[in-house]
Design a protein around this ligand. Structure first.
Ligand code: ADP
Length: 487
């Protein structure tokens, strides 16, 4: 199968969240399964083409791309994704992509940046004379590609057999802009007028248009796919998703064991495995000493690695924080985001420096170390499309305590759960009610079982021995693509 994959962030080039992890791993896995994959992303300022051995693509040369009636001269860098034969194309337009951040929601031309990128993806394929069987786009930043392909490039017979798949990684981000966006995209007026397919509540909404134009829509877990059909989780898109619900699927993300594996992880001082967890304890000692906290193997260390945003459940952590800090446990928090939550954790640290350590900012190495060193991982999300950190935690023998929603519900089984054969399949602790009280109860259960070493080992082993690699998920994507091709 020929697959084009477009994303606004991809590991190792640019990352703000889980989308980048997925985009870095899935295309390579699809290629391993015998498919021809081409990947597209913007060339942000931070991406050093020399470091990755990428070159200006003189065969593609200059692309003339119009937005809002204005012609832009765009170029392309081209290379291979690491450890693979996957071709990756970087859309180079410094005027739009050399900004302080990858996303700049306050910039007046944020919509135009991704309109230009979307058109560039199509025009690169035109220049290559290469049409994919499947064009796979991700989130609002690339959701307009299926729309443009039909409305603006529908004349090009090259793409007449191409089917489109849109993956929603987080419905909370929709690409909502003013009325003028459809003009900037040079889309026909019927997309906006009379509640057209791009318009939602008086705005242009890129994700809505993507939902209505793509052949197949999927999201990153089954539970989240069902949740999206409800007003509580649908963020205003539930009606449109209902309209498309026979084409809506869920596939849980895999994790990249080349990067996240305690047996080989180069970012942690002591490697370890399910059969020999002694290295895990050494990592705990190493981290606590590094953080200036006293080490005690009998006191569980609870890790948090997250964007500090309300989605991730920090308001209920706040409700329970006082009592959490009085438990027989220590906390280490790595996060960046909302100042309100940074202040909350900073205050907790100021008052309990021996119980909690905080690091504000993005730090990949510390993230690996926290996964390896902690006994428990806390992730009480309000909503969670898939979630990756609980998957890393399972692999690292760091028992997750999660709220039962979205991908967390699909991947973390409570220690009370049994399978149909009556076997203990619990690999963590979960609660349903979104409250500090429910969270606290689950944390207390986890701390209690931490003291029961045989039980704790069993919970750890249940998590560590299950395969969450991309191999499974990539095969599910192939089945999904086949469904798209039948349409
Ligand atoms: P989301 O995409 O909603 O942020 P996920 O759990 O799907 O949540 O993915 C988050 C990814 O970002 C994980 O790889 C996690 O390790 C990483 N991450 C989040 N915050 C930080 C941080 N402050 N420092 C380092 N890595 C982080």
């Amino acid at each position: 199968m020929k697959i084009a994959f477009a994303s606004s962030e991809i590991v190792p080039y640019a990352k703000t969240g889980g989308l980048a992890d997925v985009s870095g791993a899935l295309p390579r896995e699809l290629e391993k399964l015998g498919n021809e994959v081409k990947v597209f992303m913007p060339k942000y300022y931070e991406i050093d083409e020399h470091k990755y051995g990428h070159h200006y693509d003189s065969l593609i040369g200059e692309l003339k791309i119009t937005t809002n009636g204005y012609e832009h001269s765009v170029h392309v860098f081209h290379g291979k994704m690491p450890h693979s034969n996957v071709n990756i194309y970087f859309v180079h337009y410094p005027n739009f992509f050399q900004r302080k951040q990858f996303y700049n929601s306050n910039d007046w031309d944020e919509d135009e940046r991704f309109i230009l990128f979307s058109k560039a993806v199509i025009q690169i394929m035109q220049k290559l004379g290469w049409a994919p069987d499947i064009l796979h786009v991700n989130d609002w930043q690339t959701a307009l590609i299926p729309v443009l392909l039909r409305e603006n490039y529908g004349w090009d017979s090259l793409f007449h057999k191409t089917k489109t798949v849109l993956t929603i990684h987080n419905i909370g981000y929709q690409g909502r802009f003013g009325l003028e966006s459809y003009k900037r995209a040079e889309l026909p007026t019927h997309l906006y007028e009379n509640n057209g397919w791009l318009s939602h509540e008086g705005d242009s909404n890129f994700l809505k248009a993507g939902i209505l134009y793509s052949d197949i829509i999927n999201t990153v877990s089954n539970t989240y796919a069902n949740e999206l059909l409800t007003p509580e989780y649908g963020h205003g898109m539930d009606g449109y998703l209902w309209y498309r619900h026979s084409d809506l699927y869920g596939i849980v993300n895999g994790i990249d064991y080349n990067i996240w594996n305690p047996e080989t992880d180069k970012l942690i001082p002591y490697n370890y495995s399910a059969n020999d967890l002694s290295g895990k304890l050494k990592n705990k000692k190493y981290l606590l000493e590094k953080l200036g906290m006293p080490f005690d193997s009998e006191i569980p260390l609870i890790g948090i690695i997250s964007r500090l945003v309300v989605q991730k459940g920090f308001n209920i952590i706040g409700d329970a924080l006082h009592e959490l800090l009085n438990l027989k446990a220590k906390f280490v928090v790595l996060g960046s985001g909302d100042y309100h939550y940074e202040n909350m954790f900073q205050d907790a640290f100021n008052n309990h420096p021996n119980k909690i350590s905080v690091y504000f900012g993005y730090n990949n190495e510390l993230a690996h170390l926290i996964e390896a060193a902690s006994d428990i991982f806390l992730m009480p999300s309000n909503y969670e499309p898939c979630g990756l950190n609980q998957l890393y935690s399972l692999k690292y023998g760091t028992v997750p305590v999660v709220r039962k929603t979205g991908g967390l519900a699909d991947t973390v089984q409570d220690w009370n759960e049994y399978n149909e054969l009556g076997q203990d399949i619990g690999n963590g602790f979960s609660f349903y009610e979104y409250s500090g009280k429910a969270l606290l109860q689950s944390v207390k259960r986890a701390i209690k079982d931490f003291d029961n070493k045989p039980v704790w080992r069993k919970i750890q082993h249940n998590g560590m021995n299950k395969d969450y690699s991309w191999k499974h998920s990539a095969k599910e994507y192939i089945e999904l693509y086949k469904k798209a091709l039948e349409k």
